[in-house]
Write a protein that binds this ligand. Structure first.
Ligand code: TMP
Length: 239
């Protein structure tokens, strides 16, 4: 089925969303734009839109096969994908296997401590408030999600972690942490939405611990394009 792109519904920092002729389907279009620190730092990672689109779709198809429902419908071209129209649960769901980033900063520990078990946390998706950390009681009090939805989200997030960690380990990449977003379809089903890419994951080379993700841009390390291409090549071959 070929979906036709209609009016633009939304433009985010890294993607645009368009309506289609089907009210239950939208098209996401991935940009090369990169931002960090709540949009204060802006730049471009050439080729990232196509990489993030194709990598997300590849991983979502494989997650569906493992029983994690996603918004994915059909890849339309290098940058564009038809997905189910959902209302996004305004929580950033962060799973960590190794200390890094805001965890290391908040608790005053070095990066690279391997946890015995993965951790999960939520941030309230709200740019004006800078996406503050939120606990599940507060999320329920604010009616951002119900307890059932939070339980479902946690279950899926850990399933995604098990799958991603193993899949990446097989190509010599260590999954440090990542961020997921979930959406609700018209009938209230919770599905994995947004993306899974080097924008939203911390990925370290297993041997050298070289950073293969957006931290290269956030921290001005250079070589972001090459790092994204390297992850893509290892995960998906040259397709
Ligand atoms: P953090 O350590 O900065 O909290 O980031 C945890 C993970 O979430 C890391 O893999 C990067 C990802 N992330 C996003 O995808 N979007 C964001 O806005 C932030 C702050 C982090």
């Amino acid at each position: 089925m070929a979906y036709e792109k209609r009016e633009q519904l939304y433009e985010g920092k890294a993607k645009k969303v368009y309506a289609t002729e089907d009210p239950n389907v939208v098209i996401v279009s991935y940009k090369d734009d990169a931002t960090a620190f709540n949009g204060q730092k802006k730049g471009t990672i050439t080729g990232k839109g196509a990489i993030n689109n194709r990598m997300t779709n590849n991983l979502m198809r494989r997650l569906e096969a493992k029983g994690v429902p996603t918004h994915y419908i059909e890849e339309l071209n290098d940058r564009e994908t038809a997905v189910k129209k959902v209302s996004i649960v305004p929580l950033e769901v962060i799973v960590r296997n190794i200390s890094a980033g805001s965890f290391a900063k908040r608790y005053g520990v070095e990066e690279g401590i391997v946890f015995d078990e993965p951790t999960i946390e939520f941030s309230y998706k709200n740019d004006d408030l800078h996406d503050p950390l939120i606990n599940s009681y507060h999320a329920v009090a604010l009616k951002l999600a119900t307890w059932d939805e939070i339980d479902t989200i946690k279950k899926y997030a850990f399933q995604v972690n098990d799958f991603l960690k193993k899949t990446l380990a097989e190509c010599g990449v260590t999954l440090v942490d990542f961020k997921l977003e979930f959406g609700k379809t018209a009938d209230g089903t919770i599905v994995l939405a947004d993306e899974i890419s080097p924008d939203t994951c911390r990925l370290w080379d297993e041997k050298t611990h070289e950073k293969l993700d957006k931290d290269r841009f956030r921290r001005d390390l250079g070589g972001a394009e090459e790092a994204y291409e390297e992850v893509m090549r290892r995960l998906m071959g040259d397709r």
